[in-house]
Design a protein around this ligand. Structure first.
Ligand SMILES: Nc1ncnc2c1ncn2[C@@H]1O[C@H](COP(=O)(O)OP(=O)(O)OP(=O)(O)O)[C@@H](O)[C@H]1O
Ligand SMILES: [Mg+2]
Length: 158
């Protein structure tokens, strides 16, 4: 099982999907949040963070490229590479070090970081439909990602 889709009727449903996703994530995972401007990538990250117990504001990392969260013992790094245009910036900001076994990294606009990024374990493609609904395509690209989706499947069957 490495691919499936979900209909997401509105913003609350996207937050709820984030809450479901939060139950299968573990440190060391890299997730890509993909989709057009305004698709709901940050909303999905917000749903994940809230369900993990983060009570503060979850803002878009568009201007800073990264927002850092520490939730009890968990590190969650939320990137947005929309404005990324310089590999030197990547090196200077020490981005490489954020990708480590202790942290979950969630990345918007990964395609703008070119080949700088490691492979995503999981990728969430958010598509906007003609009626302004969303559907989310969920894909695993690694063995760790596939195990997460299998775990998710078993949770849903109980
Ligand atoms: N089903 C839905 N899921 C998520 N957001 C929705 C949905 N329907 C409407 N919206 C609206 O779409 C917008 C999504 O904004 P969000 O910042 O999450 O997008 P984004 O993909 O992160 O955009 P950007 O590429 O600019 O970072 C919000 O204003 C939200 O209210
Ligand atoms: Mg965003």
């Amino acid at each position: 099982m490495h691919r499936f889709t979900r209909d997401v009727a509105d913003e609350n449903a996207m937050l709820a999907l984030g809450a479901e996703i939060s139950t299968i994530l573990h440190p060391g995972l890299i997730i890509f949040l993909s989709g057009n401007l305004g698709a709901g990538k940050t909303t999905l990250a917000r749903g994940i963070l809230r369900a993990m117990g983060y009570e503060g504001k979850v803002k878009s990392p568009t201007y800073n490229l990264i927002e850092l969260y520490k939730i009890s013992r968990l590190y969650f790094y939320h990137f947005d590479f929309y404005r990324f245009d310089d590999f030197e910036e990547w090196e200077e900001a020490g981005f490489r070090e954020y990708f480590n076994p202790e942290a979950i990294c969630a990345i918007e606009w990964a395609e703008k970081a070119g080949g700088s990024l490691p492979t995503a374990d999981l990728q969430f493609f958010i598509h906007i439909t003609e009626t302004d609904h969303r559907y989310v395509e969920i894909q695993a690209h690694t063995e760790a990602g596939r195990r997460c989706l299998e775990h998710w499947q078993t949770l849903k069957n109980h």
